[in-house]
Design a protein around this ligand. Structure first.
Ligand SMILES: Cc1cc2nc3c(=O)[nH]c(=O)nc-3n(C[C@H](O)[C@H](O)[C@H](O)COP(=O)(O)OP(=O)(O)OC[C@H]3O[C@@H](n4cnc5c(N)ncnc54)[C@H](O)[C@@H]3O)c2cc1C
Length: 412
């Protein structure tokens, strides 16, 4: 079969790309191994809600129009939202079709699937950034007596053995899972490395509203000093709860969760923690202060300062002294470890030489190091908001424009 563009993946980025390709009458197919919104169906825990407010679900030609713009969708609601988008786009999706190889073929590509082969001029990789857990090398050294699972495998506390749980990682995923597991009655310890602190509400508005209007989320990849670093910054400690609660480390310790430093290794059945907990927390407090300074400055210059509550600062993160530096994993002091250590994409089928040593696609703002190949959905791909649903619109618009220009290039 022949088409101009093969889009791999029918998450929001694949669907947005399809809409924009159709707008330009570019012949294409979207190949999806399962169903539309598969990652929301198979890779998320039961109680998860979007941490971005509903009004921030803005896709090409399709905005959230429900009656709760300031609320946070549940996972079934996200699946419904994306399925309705797929219908409205009338995307040419071939579901139940797994891409097994992408190879260069002359001027274009051969995309092989378990349902047949496609040849095409251009390929859009929209297969997701968060399908696998990033695990530390020493994960395999955890004693067998401890049950381990990743946040991609976690569904709810009922799946865990009774007894104490350690959640490794204190970004959005780690703090949310830690709260839930603690509420199930299990003692919880959180191993805290670098993290980004975020209050749900500030000066009467949602923090995402502030970051949106102040342009923080629109910051471009070619404007930041160190894009490699920016792409590796962990997600902000946020959750979307109906109560609009803040999910920071103080809220965890208020509830009786214990904090330790970064999980640094396992020796003789002992979990070893870095002594840097206080430093990491001070750094996160400092960065939160800088974000709030930016917001306050924007409120002043944009003239809304008087119409919102006055600026204030949050209590610094409380850290107990002295820090715990080790825990005996074999003695039952920890029965379960949940790795919430970040995600990574997975391209076992990509046979084009575009992966770096860490298995990440090499690209410049989504334009891959291979002619006619484009990438979507990676953290800070083109903008700070690239990995959010709201980032899909602007990024896909830019990259479909690039793709279109590539197709229109003069013959060599
Ligand atoms: C826990 C978690 C919470 C998040 N919360 C929010 C939030 O609150 N707000 C927000 O804006 N964003 C959130 N995100 C980020 C982001 O919006 C989602 O990860 C989103 O699913 C990414 O969309 P995507 O289209 O890039 O990729 P995906 O949704 O992952 O879609 C990729 C698709 O490609 C398919 N695929 C993969 N490999 C193949 C193959 N070989 N052949 C065929 N098909 C294939 C998959 O089945 C999948 O359907 C969250 C992410 C995670 C992990």
């Amino acid at each position: 079969m022949r088409t101009t563009t093969v889009v791999i993946g029918a998450g929001h980025n694949g669907l947005a790309t399809s809409q924009l390709l159709s707008d330009r009458s570019i012949d294409h197919v979207v190949l999806e191994r399962n169903e539309v919104a598969n990652s929301w169906r198979t890779e998320r825990w039961d109680s998860l809600r979007l941490l971005t407010p509903n009004w921030q679900c803005r896709l090409p030609g399709y905005d959230y129009e429900g009656d709760d713009p300031d609320g946070f969708m549940t996972v079934p609601e996200v699946i419904e939202f994306l399925s309705a988008y797929a219908k409205s786009v009338a995307a040419p999706i071939q579901t139940g079709t797994t891409v097994t190889s992408v190879r260069r073929n002359g001027d274009g590509y051969t995309v092989t699937t378990d349902q047949g082969e496609w040849s095409c001029s251009t390929v859009v990789l929209a297969s997701g950034a968060f399908s696998k857990q990033r695990l530390p090398d020493f994960a395999a050294a955890v004693p067998d007596s401890v049950t381990t699972l990743t946040s991609v495998e976690y569904r709810n506390p009922d799946q865990l053995p009774e007894g104490p749980v350690m959640v490794v990682g204190a970004s959005a995923t780690g703090v949310q899972i830690a709260h839930e597991v603690h509420r199930s009655g299990r003692p919880v310890t959180v191993a805290v490395g670098e993290h980004v602190r975020g209050p749900r509400m500030y000066r009467g508005r949602d923090i995402h509203w502030w970051m949106d209007v102040a342009g923080v989320l629109d910051e471009r990849y070619d404007e930041v000093d160190d894009i490699v670093r920016a792409r590796n910054v962990p997600s902000m400690q946020l959750a979307g709860s109906p109560e609009r609660s803040t999910f920071d480390l103080n809220s965890l310790t208020d509830n009786g969760v214990q904090l330790v430093g970064r999980f640094a290794g396992v020796r003789d059945g002992q979990a070893l923690f870095s002594g840097s907990l206080r430093n990491k927390c001070e750094l996160a407090d400092l960065k939160l202060g800088r974000l709030l300074d930016t917001i306050d400055e924007w409120a002043l210059t944009s003239g809304i300062d008087d119409s919102v509550p006055p600026p204030h600062r949050f209590e610094p993160t409380r850290v107990s002294n002295p820090p715990t530096l080790g825990l005996d994993l074999a003695s039952g002091s920890i029965n379960t470890i949940i790795w919430a250590t970040g995600f990574r994409p997975h391209y076992p089928w990509l046979e084009v030489d575009v992966l770096d040593a860490k298995g990440m696609v090499k690209h410049d703002g989504g334009v891959v190091d291979a002619p006619g190949m484009y990438l979507l959905g990676m953290p800070f791909l083109r903008r700070r908001k690239s990995s959010f649903i709201d980032g899909g619109r602007a990024d896909a618009e830019d990259l479909v424009a690039e793709l279109s220009a590539y197709l229109a290039r003069p013959e060599e």
